[in-house]
Design a protein around this ligand. Sequence first.
Ligand code: C2E
Ligand code: MG
Ligand code: MG
Ligand code: MG
Length: 281
Amino acid sequence: RAKKSLKTNFEYYAPEMEEQTTWRLDMIRQLRNDFGERKLQLWYQPQIDLVTQKIIGMEALLRWPSTDGGFVSPAVFVPLAEYSGLIIDIGAWVMQEACEKLRLLTNEGFTNLRMAVNISMPQFRDPAFIELVKTAITDNALAPECIELEITESIVMDEPQLVIDVLHELKAFGVKVALDDFGTGFSSMSYLQQLPLDRLKVDRAFVNEISPNKSAFIAETIVTLGGKLGLRTIAEGIEKPEQANYLLKLGCDEAQGFMYAKPMPFDALLVFIAQEAKKDA
Ligand code: C2E
Ligand code: MG
Ligand code: MG
Ligand code: MG
């Protein structure tokens, strides 16, 4: 995505684009600096089993604190990190950090949880990628099945054979694979069958369409497709009980959304999981 828009800058020159380029380079410089100073954070959003209502895991999400006390949106800085190549080092840190935190949860007695980690295309092109995933898992004595890689359709379409090969090798090691934001890109059905997938993530945009008087036919189609492909399905962006109920009726397996919990720092996650465990006791 970032690559394409930069190309546009060269093709059609306009002064405001030069400004944009300066802004972009400035952001990249700041990001590199802040990452070097260990200022990036990893937050976690719980994932819930729709049937049992129990926490089954979490998705790790990058947070970049900004000078005004808020955060720069990952939707803004992740593409810059991808374009600049910084995502290779940042992504390696994310993988290690996520594995370390899952180890801490296991030590606290919370076993059988899954940690989902988002992966970008440049990471697939990194020859060290497969090894660093394996090392992060074994260094923390985790079962590989507890780590799930989230990839998007655009990654697959970018360089299908490379992505398929890398995923098959990691899959043989034991890690799980989820197709994120499903339905928002253009994945070919034939790739869907060649990828070693475990889960389809129904994008928030389609969950959003679910309301009391409306049928949400795309969400329904994705859940049905997942079932036919033998995959589990998880819906993201659930904000209302009626959305959860509808998805449960469709046969969707899992849920993630503000209705259950927003992304939170690790300490808060630990409290959240401990409280949920008490409810069950
Ligand atoms: P994503 O992987 O699809 O992550 C889900 C996004 O939906 C997160 O946004 C999450 O905060 C948001 N979300 C979850 N439930 C709800 C809800 O009920 N309502 C609303 N409005 N939003 C909800 P976030 O954290 O801003 O991340 C945006 C994107 O940035 C991610 O989308 C992912 O593509 C990328 N990203 C984040 N962390 C990483 C990372 O470590 N590596 C890579 N490569 N990409 C990352
Ligand atoms: Mg994701
Ligand atoms: Mg998503
Ligand atoms: Mg999304």
